[in-house]
Design a protein around this ligand. Structure first.
Ligand code: ATP
Ligand code: MG
Length: 395
């Protein structure tokens, strides 16, 4: 094998004291995601190296493109750490490239190597100039940038780089519970939360028969798409029918959404505690709808002390849609199935609700028991990228 995938870490390099933990978490995540491939993975404090079989490279790249904590990766050629061998291999590589100008950048981490990087660059450069016609060095805007990393036993030569998805490795933070509706915003919120290293469980509130099995399948499909960025996601399905019907019987129509969302938050908090999660994540975006004005958020949020993370709070809808397309959830999100929020939407939801009014209306609803029942009867499925299609309809 004379090639490896050379992985450069993202932001984790700034976290000095946690570095080993970050690198080990990333290593385990990569190992787990590539468990069905014929690979060998090695790590050190600044790089990871994956030996692969050529025929699996495209699939492996697709997996790597979905692993947080990877900043860049390259397909690098390995040579023995010896200046003549490096020269010969580099020449062989560059002979098959189409270019007029080049630049060489060397990094020497093997301090016992007899040449400094400032000496290696001109040695390699002049060797290329001598052996390939009509090329020259351009240090500002070269057609090809050649990287040479000189390490203790092996050195690595590479040109092209691929951008990884950045962020922190999933799992370096604790767990949070994502409120996942079938809309565009919440899958994006989940993706952004995972990008910070958060491990996610997802929660979907449904109100069958007012909402359909198709709506639920859509959420399972979205969870599946999100799970491509992690190993698997537990999706908790909450039966919200009884609570929702009670709210619509007892509360003023314009307060129904406010109270419904307060009930959701109450359930979220209980589910978080039950599942050892430390925060709630959702797709609320400031000003997007009546329940997402700052006044509404205050009244709704006041039922819990748990941190509520809103990754898309300050993004425009167009910006959210752009991310949804990038992470491949958009097409599923726009399928036209009713969500429990949309089924009961009143004509004039209150934009500036008052906490006292919400509390007064809630006094008419005996919600404690219903909430506990909903939490107890939650239906959980472990969703991974390979979840069987048939599984959806069996629920
Ligand atoms: P999205 O915001 O995901 O596009 P939406 O616009 O239908 O869907 P909103 O009414 O804006 O949802 O609700 C704001 C947030 O509340 C959602 O992003 C989601 O996090 C959460 N939420 C709404 N409905 C549900 C539901 N049925 N199950 C779980 N979470 C929900
Ligand atoms: Mg929304």
């Amino acid at each position: 094998m004379d090639k490896v995938i050379l992985i450069k870490y993202g932001e984790l390099t700034t976290k000095k004291q946690n570095r080993n933990f970050f690198v080990n978490t990333l290593y385990n995540n990569i190992k787990n995601k590539l468990k069905n491939y014929d690979v060998k993975i090695k790590k050190d404090i600044s790089r990871m190296y994956i030996e692969f079989k050529d025929e699996e490279l495209d699939d492996i790249k697709d997996v790597i493109n979905h692993i947080f904590g990877i900043h860049m990766y390259h397909i690098a050629t390995i040579v023995d750490t010896n200046i003549d061998t490096i020269k010969e291999k580099l020449l062989e590589m560059m002979k098959s490239e189409d270019f007029k100008t080049f630049k060489i950048e060397t990094k020497r981490s093997d301090k016992s190597f007899p040449y400094r990087s400032t000496e290696i660059n001109p040695m390699l450069g002049s060797y290329l100039l001598k052996n390939i016609e009509n090329i020259k060095v351009d240090v500002h805007n070269p057609d090809i940038l050649v990287n040479v990393e000189v390490r203790e036993y092996h050195s690595y030569i590479y040109t092209k780089g691929y951008k990884g998805c950045g962020g922190y490795p999933t799992g370096v933070q604790n767990k949070a519970m994502l409120m996942l509706s079938g809309g565009i915003d919440s899958p994006v919120a989940g993706y952004l939360a995972m990008k910070r290293g958060i491990k996610l469980d997802a929660v979907y509130f449904e109100a069958i028969p007012h909402t359909s099995i198709e709506a639920r399948n859509k959420v399972i499909e979205l969870t599946k798409k999100l799970s491509k960025y992690t190993d698997s996601i537990n999706l908790h399905i909450v039966n919200f029918t009884k609570i929702q019907e009670e709210i619509y019987k007892k509360a003023n129509p314009n307060y129904c959404i406010t109270i419904m969302r307060r009930m959701m938050y109450r359930i979220m908090e209980k589910l978080a505690i039950k599942n050892h999660a430390l925060a709630i994540v959702n797709g609320e975006s400031v000003g997007q709808v009546a329940s997402q004005t700052l006044t509404s958020m205050n009244v709704i949020n006041s039922v819990t002390n748990m941190p509520v993370i809103r990754p898309v709070a300050c993004l425009d809808k167009l910006e959210i849609m752009e991310i949804a397309r990038k992470i491949n959830t958009y097409e599923t999100s726009i399928l036209p199935y009713e969500d429990c929020c949309t089924v009961f939407v009143p004509k004039h939801p209150v934009i500036n609700p008052k906490l006292e009014d919400a509390l007064k209306m809630e006094e008419r609803i005996d919600y404690e028991q219903m909430i506990n029942e909903a939490v107890e009867n939650v239906y959980t499925i472990k969703v991974s990228d390979s979840i069987d299609e048939k599984f959806k309809n069996l629920l």
